[in-house]
Design a protein around this ligand. Structure first.
Ligand code: 3PG
Length: 216
């Protein structure tokens, strides 16, 4: 079983690093300088979203040129994408929702996978598939930490950990990280799409540094 789990492998690495940058890459040439500027600012993990046509090629370039970056891929919605993500050499993958077919396929391919949850039913379905480290999405608009504490309470004894994404920012990341349910937090504020398009690596590095200084 290759679900993303908190106590070993990429799940443990993610928890240890506490922060991940959610990225949308439009231009292939930005992939490597972007990953380098994040690393320089102290961010060692990313969720590169499959929302643009160059995403998989960008992932391959990052993996080759910036091997210290923990390369995760998000928005994995079907089994063909699982094949692509595995080929790109990603350390883990996440999705916005819970699709048991995709989770099982990823598991069989040895790809650590974290489904996205915001209801008890979704937590339940994820647990059935062996997942223990889950993406909490969309974190803020679904009710934030208070909501997560409510929906996860019946499952606490299973040792689940969550990665809130969606609306996390400098103002609330410390509160999330202070709660035992939370494995890591992430978001697009560290490297927003417009800064990537501008090639503003300095600003991305300083955003990363600021987030790291709060997350510890
Ligand atoms: C994700 O895909 O994880 C979210 O879109 C990130 O949300 P944010 O843009 O609010 O950080």
């Amino acid at each position: 079983m290759s679900a993303l789990i908190p106590d070993s492998g990429p799940g443990k690495d993610l928890i240890d690093t506490r922060l991940l940058a959610v990225l949308v890459i439009d231009d292939l040439e930005s992939a490597v300088p972007l990953a380098e500027s994040l690393l320089a600012g102290g961010i060692q993990a990313m969720e590169l979203t499959l929302r643009t046509p160059v995403a998989i090629e960008a992932a391959c370039r990052i993996r080759e040129a910036v091997p210290d970056m923990m390369l995760g891929i998000g928005t994995v919605l079907d089994t063909d994408q699982v094949d692509e993500v595995v080929k790109a050499g990603a350390a883990f993958a996440v999705s916005p929702g819970v699709n048991p077919t995709v989770i099982r396929y990823a598991s069989a391919a040895g790809l650590p996978f974290g489904p996205g949850v915001m209801t008890p039913t979704e937590i339940d379905a994820s647990v059935q598939e062996g997942c223990r480290l889950l993406k909490f999405f969309p974190a803020e608009s679904s009710g934030g930490l208070a909501h997560l504490m409510n929906i996860s309470a019946p499952y606490n004894h299973l040792g689940l950990r969550f990665i809130p994404l969606g609306g996390v920012n400098l103002g609330n990341l410390e509160t999330y990280l202070g709660n035992d349910l939370i494995g890591a937090v992430g978001g697009s504020w560290i490297a927003p799409r417009d800064l990537i398009l501008e090639g503003n690596w300095k600003k991305i590095e300083s955003n990363a540094r600021e987030a790291r200084s709060i997350a510890g």
